[in-house]
Design a protein around this ligand. Structure first.
Ligand code: FES
Ligand SMILES: [Fe+2]
Length: 381
C-alpha cells in the first residue's frame, strides 16, 4: 500500500509553516509539569510554535503569557525554570496576575504615558489547562475545547497516571535532525522494536504487531468529512494510552519499593498524543519518561525529555542516580530511534520513493489521511 506522504511533507519550508498555522497554533500542546510551578512566582519558559511563552504562578493560579515585554520586547523571564516576579530585567516594568503593567519606574517623569495608555498595556495571554500534573497550552484566541481534542478515557488516564509523578524531575533537550512526523510514525510502529532495539528494548518487552481489518480498509478510503468538526473528530482518534504489552520477568530495582507505583501490572505503559507528545513507563508504573517533540524546521525537531519516578513513599538517598540511570536507558533506546530517523531524513529528497506500508501500519495511514486532508483543504481545525 502506497503511503499518502509525499517527501515534500518532510522537506518543504512552506508546508512546515502551514503546519505551524493549521496544527501547532490551533491545538492543545503539552507545555510542562505543574510540579515545576509549586508556589507564587514560580515560572517556566518555553517556545510554542515559535512564540515565547512564560507560565507563571500568581498566588497559586497558573497563567500563560507571551514572554515579551510590552516596552521594547525583552523576555520577561529568561531562565527555563525558576522563581521570580514578572518584572522585565531591562527597565523593570512590572506585570500583575492578569498580565497588566502594574508599575513602570519613573513613569510620570520620563515616559509621560497617560492613564488610558497605561491601562491598555496588557500581555497577550493564552489558554492553559491542567490535566493531573500535565499542562496543556493553546495559542488560538478561540481555542477548541480540550475535550474535543482528547477523548474522556484518554484524559482520565493522563490525569490519573500523571498525578502519580514525583516532584523531582530531570529534563534535557536533544536537538535532532529530522522532521517531527517521523517520530509519530515511529512511535506507532512496534514492528521496528525487535530489529532496531534487539539488545535493549526488544530484549524485555514482547511487542506484537496486529492487524485491524476494518481500520485497514478504512485507511484506504479518502476522509470524506473535511469540515472543522469532521477533522477534529478524526484527530481525537489518534491520542490514546494505557497498557501496551506485558513485561515478562520484569526486573525489580531496589528503589521500586520506595515509590507508590501507578497501577499494579508488570506492563509497558504508553500514552501517545497527537501531535507531539509521548509518555511511557517501561517498568510497570514505577517511573515515567515524557518525550515532547518540538518542530523547529522541516528537518529539525527538538526532543525534550523528562524523567520522573512515581511518587516517593520515603526519600531515596540516591534518587538522582535513579533518574540518571533512566536517562542512560533512554539514551540507548531513544538514541537508536533518533539515529535511524536522522538517517531517513538525510536520504529524503523530492523525488524519493513514496513509502509502501503494510496492513499493520493502518493507524499511521489514518493519521496521514487526516494530516494530508487538513494540509490540502482550506478548512481549519
Ligand atoms: S524592555 Fe522591558 S522594561 Fe524595557
Ligand atoms: Fe524505537
Amino acid at each position: 500500500m502506497q503511503s499518502r506522504m509525499h517527501p515534500k511533507y518532510y522537506l518543504s519550508q512552506e508546508i512546515f509553516e502551514r503546519e505551524q498555522t493549521k496544527i501547532f497554533r490551533k491545538v492543545w500542546l503539552f507545555a510542562g509539569l505543574k510540579t515545576l510551578l509549586p508556589q507564587h512566582n514560580s515560572f517556566i519558559t518555553r517556545k510554542v510554535a515559535g512564540t515565547p511563552v512564560v507560565i507563571q504562578n500568581a498566588h497559586g493560579k497558573l497563567h500563560a503569557f507571551e514572554n515579551i515585554c510590552l516596552h521594547r520586547s525583552a523576555p520577561l523571564q529568561t531562565e527555563p525554570v525558576g522563581s521570580r516576579p514578572l518584572v522585565c530585567p531591562y527597565h523593570a516594568w512590572k506585570y500583575d496576575a492578569t498580565g497588566h503593567v502594574s508599575n513602570i519606574p519613573h513613569c510620570d517623569a520620563i515616559y509621560l504615558f497617560d492613564e488610558a495608555e497605561k491601562q491598555s498595556l496588557k500581555l497577550r495571554e493564552f489558554a492553559l489547562r491542567t490535566v493531573g500534573n500535565l499542562l496543556f497550552i493553546n495559542l488560538d484566541p478561540q481555542p477548541l475545547p480540550l475535550e474535543e481534542q482528547f477523548s474522556p478515557q484518554f484524559l482520565a488516564s493522563l490525569e490519573s497516571s500523571s498525578l502519580a509523578y514525583d516532584t523531582e524531575v530531570m529534563v534535557t533537550t536533544w536537538h535532532c535532525k529530522f522532521n517531527w512526523k517521523l517520530v509519530y510514525e515511529n512511535l506507532r510502529d512496534f514492528n521496528h522494536v525487535r530489529f532496531l532495539h534487539p539488545k535493549s528494548f526488544g530484549n524485555y518487552v514482547d511487542f506484537v504487531s496486529t492487524i485491524d481489518q476494518s481500520q485497514c480498509s478504512e485507511s484506504q478510503l479518502p476522509l470524506t468529512d473535511n469540515t472543522p468538526e469532521g477533522l477534529r473528530k478524526e484527530m481525537r482518534r489518534f491520542s490514546y494510552g494505557g497498557r501496551d504489552a506485558m513485561i515478562p520477568d520484569m526486573r525489580r530495582a531496589p528503589w521500586h519499593s520506595s515509590v507508590e507505583r501507578w497501577g499494579d501490572q508488570d506492563a509497558y505503559y504508553n500514552w501517545l498524543s497527537i501531535p507531539n507528545l509521548h509518555i511511557a513507563s517501561g517498568n510497570g508504573g514505577h517511573s515515567f519518561t515524557i518525550e515532547h517533540h518540538i518542530p523547529i524546521a522541516p528537518d529539525k525537531t527538538d526532543l525534550e525529555l523528562y524523567w520522573i519516578t512515581a511518587r516517593k513513599k520515603q526519600p531515596i538517598a540516591s534518587s538522582h542516580q535513579v533518574l540518571l540511570a533512566n536517562m542512560h536507558g533512554s539514551k540507548q533506546i531513544v538514541g537508536e530511534d533518533v539515529d535511524m530517523l536522522e538517517k531517513i531524513q538525510t536520504g529524503l529528497h523530492l523525488n524519493a520513493p513514496i513509502p509502501n506500508q503494510g496492513a499493520y501500519e493502518s493507524t499511521n495511514r489514518l493519521i496521514e489521511r487526516w494530516y494530508t486532508t487538513l494540509m490540502e483543504t482550506e478548512h481549519e481545525l
